[in-house]
Design a protein around this ligand. Structure first.
Ligand code: LLP
Length: 420
């Protein structure tokens, strides 16, 4: 459900005019709807009401602590991939025993901290990681709860950069070898086997790859059961797509009922790790047109947000809708490339967009609530954008815009050079 609507030619999020918000806080800024995030999360909870389950929000999609707090208050679990994400969840009031730790390159230090706070499960991605975790837990005198991330070799039919469940990807353990690795795990004293997991990719708009992956997982669970290895949960990862342009992703309810149809009568807890489908359409990026320019017959709208603020269009050629906040059509409608100020040809937010705009106008980039701010950087020494949460008629700055001083924090000049 998009959290945006038009009233009197203006774009609103909940009961806040984004035009007024942009004037007050300046741009670029990310804006998130509390109600939108809650509704998206609750769609998962409702769809799973009949099933023992845990919905672990994938923190990489949006890791602002206020956003995590909204979810933690609803009882969400969290899927993390680093110690930084772990500390964010704790700051936001999330419970450690609802955290699953994914990630291909966990370090021993990260393992220690996760063991210290008592997370629910490590999603182990390789044989070598299994051994390091056993050793680390042993040194701490504790037992690590584990799941093996298996690679079910399913084609998620999505962009190659965000497809993760194929045999040739770096992620997970080949499902054909999983039983053997479980057998080994069962012999390691400082590990406790609790589950199995997979994640086949992101922005998936078909149900079938998910069902296929789940079937492969359940097959393995049953084989393990026959060998005396009993699992408590089955984690199917995240990946459900959203509509950016004309995609027709399944609704959360339809996706979940397809999973539940395969899962009914089972005793395990069903775990999911959605990211994008919880926060993407509950957020947007607001930017201002600095200049209108025409080069070689092509029209450019130069805006104040660049690829450092929103990388998806440049990195994946992702199409994200861009509309003016004030839709009064007073400027001529022309076809624009909407480009940022970064010194890279690939720095665009959108190409060939039909817009009626002039300099000073504010634009909204839709569905930027996932993989937006979290992928932003300081490239070109640009301070990162502010983040704002809207709740009803209230707005809260949940991350101040970075200052110029922030940019050089931690940097040091070299000592004076001695003249010879
Ligand atoms: N679990 C694991 C282990 C993951 O690697 C991911 C995403 C998720 C869950 C959440 O997937 P989601 O429900 O959000 O699709 N930056 C890219 C997306 C990268 C996704 C990486 N993994 C983009 O902007 O499209």
């Amino acid at each position: 459900m998009s959290s945006l609507h038009r009233r009197n030619q203006q774009l609103w999020m909940e009961d806040v005019s984004l035009q007024e918000l942009a004037v007050e806080h300046s741009t670029p800024c990310y804006v998130y709807s509390k109600r939108g995030i809650e509704a998206n999360f609750l769609a998962y909870e409702q769809g799973l009401a009949e099933q023992k389950h845990l919905v672990c929000f994938a923190v990489k999609a949006n890791s602002n602590i206020a956003v995590l707090q909204i979810l933690a208050r609803l009882g969400a679990g969290f899927d993390i991939v680093s110690i930084g994400e772990l500390e964010r969840v704790i700051l936001a009031g999330g419970s450690a025993d609802k955290i699953v730790f994914s990630g291909v390159g966990k370090t021993a230090a990260e393992m220690c901290r996760a063991l210290e706070v008592g997370i629910r499960c490590f999603n182990v991605e390789s044989h070598a990681e299994l051994l390091l975790l056993n050793e680390t837990a042993g040194a701490m005198g504790c037992v690590a709860p584990i799941s093996l991330r298996v690679n079910p070799d399913v084609d998620p039919l999505t962009h190659p950069y965000i497809s993760t469940g194929l045999k040739e990807n770096k992620f997970g353990i080949d499902i054909a070898e999983a039983e053997q690795v479980y057998q080994l795990a069962a012999t390691l004293k400082n590990l406790r086997i609790v589950g199995i997991d997979c994640h086949i990719g992101s922005q998936i708009t078909e149900i079938d790859p998910f069902v296929e992956a789940l079937e492969h997982l359940l097959d393995t669970v049953d084989k393990l059961g026959a060998q005396g290895i009993k699992l408590q949960h089955v984690d199917v990862g995240g990946g459900l797509g959203v509509r950016y342009q004309d995609e027709q992703p399944p609704k959360v309810a339809a996706y979940l009922s397809a999973l539940l149809a395969r899962f009914r009568q089972r005793s395990e807890t069903l775990v999911l790790e959605p990211g994008r489908s919880i926060t993407a359409d509950a957020g947007c990026l607001i930017t201002q047109v600095q200049y209108i320019k025409t080069n070689g017959g092509k029209h450019f709208a130069m805006v104040d947000a660049g690829m450092n603020d929103l990388l998806r269009p440049a990195l994946y050629e992702a199409w994200m809708d861009i509309q003016p906040l004030l839709n009064d059509l007073r400027a001529p409608t022309r076809t624009y490339d909407v480009v940022g100020p970064v010194c890279e040809t690939g720095d665009f937010l959108g190409q060939d967009r039909s817009l009626s705009i002039e300099s000073g106008d504010f634009l909204c980039v839709y569905s930027a609530g996932a993989y937006g701010f979290t992928m932003s950087s300081n490239y070109n020494s640009r301070p990162r954008a502010a983040e704002i949460v809207i709740s009803g008629a209230e707005s809260y700055v949940v991350r101040a815009r970075e200052t110029i001083q922030d940019l050089t924090r931690g940097e040091q000049l070299l000592p004076e050079e001695r003249s010879s």
